[in-house]
Design a protein around this ligand. Sequence first.
Ligand SMILES: CC(C)(COP(=O)(O)OP(=O)(O)OC[C@H]1O[C@@H](n2cnc3c(N)ncnc32)[C@H](O)[C@@H]1OP(=O)(O)O)[C@@H](O)C(=O)NCCC(=O)NCCS
Length: 443
Amino acid sequence: MTNTAPLQGIKVVDFTEVQSGPSCTQMLAWLGADVIKIERPGVGDATRKELQFNPNLPSYYYLQLNSDKRSLTLDAKTPDGKEILTKLIEECDIFVENLHPGAMDKLGFSWEVVHKLNPKCIYGTIKGFPLSSKYKDLKAYEPIAQVTAAAASTTGWYSGDYNIPSQSGAALGDSNTGMHLLIGLLAALQQRNRTGEGSYVYQSMHNACLNLCRIKTRDQLTLEKIGYLSQFPQYPDGKFGDCVPRSGNIEGGGVLGWTYKCKPAGGLDSAIDANNYVYIILQRGVKDFELACQGLGFEDWLTNPDFNTADARDRNKQKIYDRIGAWCADKTKFEVTEILSKYGVPVGPVLSTKEVMSDESLYDGNTLVKINQGGEIGEFVTVGCPFTLSNYQPTYGPAPELGGNTTEVLTELGYTPEQIKSFAANGTTEPLPKTAQPTAPKA
Ligand SMILES: CC(C)(COP(=O)(O)OP(=O)(O)OC[C@H]1O[C@@H](n2cnc3c(N)ncnc32)[C@H](O)[C@@H]1OP(=O)(O)O)[C@@H](O)C(=O)NCCC(=O)NCCS
């Protein structure tokens, strides 16, 4: 295997912060690009000081999203800052930003300006909403994307006190948007290889989230045609309104899936047994169903017209949930998984963050990785590059200190030590000293 970084030689100016943008540039760095992260002098990415485990150290939030990047502190509002950023743009391949709508125009580095400075440069941008949307000027964080893209309205419980739009724990609006932008940037790189010209890649959090809600739009179309959705618990006896309801724990497609409570497994599980559950799917195929019945010991279902066809099972899903639920009650989620998987039943234990992160088999060099940050932080765990390439193994290094690469990057741009000193003194790369407070007049 030749170990070749796919993005070797690609230079990225990373004007992103929080999660959506940094998750994209994190992947660019792991694929071998030289990622120069621009951070405000004295402040840096807002996540450096968000949810810290120690007030004197950068947070895991920052560390997990910025490994293997270089940090350049730069105030892009000063004349020198603008000049330095211009130079960086002139020689970079990709410029990425996710500031609030209008901020980049105000700073003087819109797509039009950057394209003129360097026609080869690909410009990636993340905003909350598509340019056509009436919400295009809104600032956006994760939940805003989830609630406005039909994700929250279709997530959560469909009855009882907790029948409220709910958020997914997975970052559909943040890291998912970063991954969508990554696809656009890699496509633009390939396009540039042919045309020689960079393009503008606009990725909204809304569109990234909506893209994952495609099957909910399928359900809306079906609902409008026939007035019901056979895979939902509301079918056949409950009522459907005019929009896709919250789906609880259904599988979402045509197969019958549900979450079942199990016997506490002990060990890693919490005292309240919050995750003693297993997910089991009954497929529609005759052979698959036969095998599932054998595994469960429910062979009587094979000749019972209430259960022996997929359509009948959709109509009687509550009875199925109840019987499988009783079958699971005296087994752990791991026992259920072991028994049913032998019969080819799609099944899996509900795992907590603790269970996933303590599974040594996942420390395979990519799935979960340990990064040595050094100093007081030492080693921390993060999720690695989520795919593997047969001829490239990413390595995972520490996140930069705030401005840790400022001198190095400015030197590479051709600035002299004197100029570099003057940038620090005039507030371009270091915060200006706080002006002395006027002393109170003596009485
Ligand atoms: C995340 C978000 C809500 C934060 O908004 P915010 O608190 O206004 O913070 P921003 O970083 O966008 O901008 C704050 C200011 O810092 C300035 N700034 C940021 N980096 C700077 C730098 N290196 N030099 C000079 N100024 C800088 C911006 O220009 C802006 O100035 P302005 O208010 O005068 O226009 C907003 O950036 C946003 O909606 N982004 C798009 C969607 C997104 O990616 N959301 C994050 C999901 S994780």
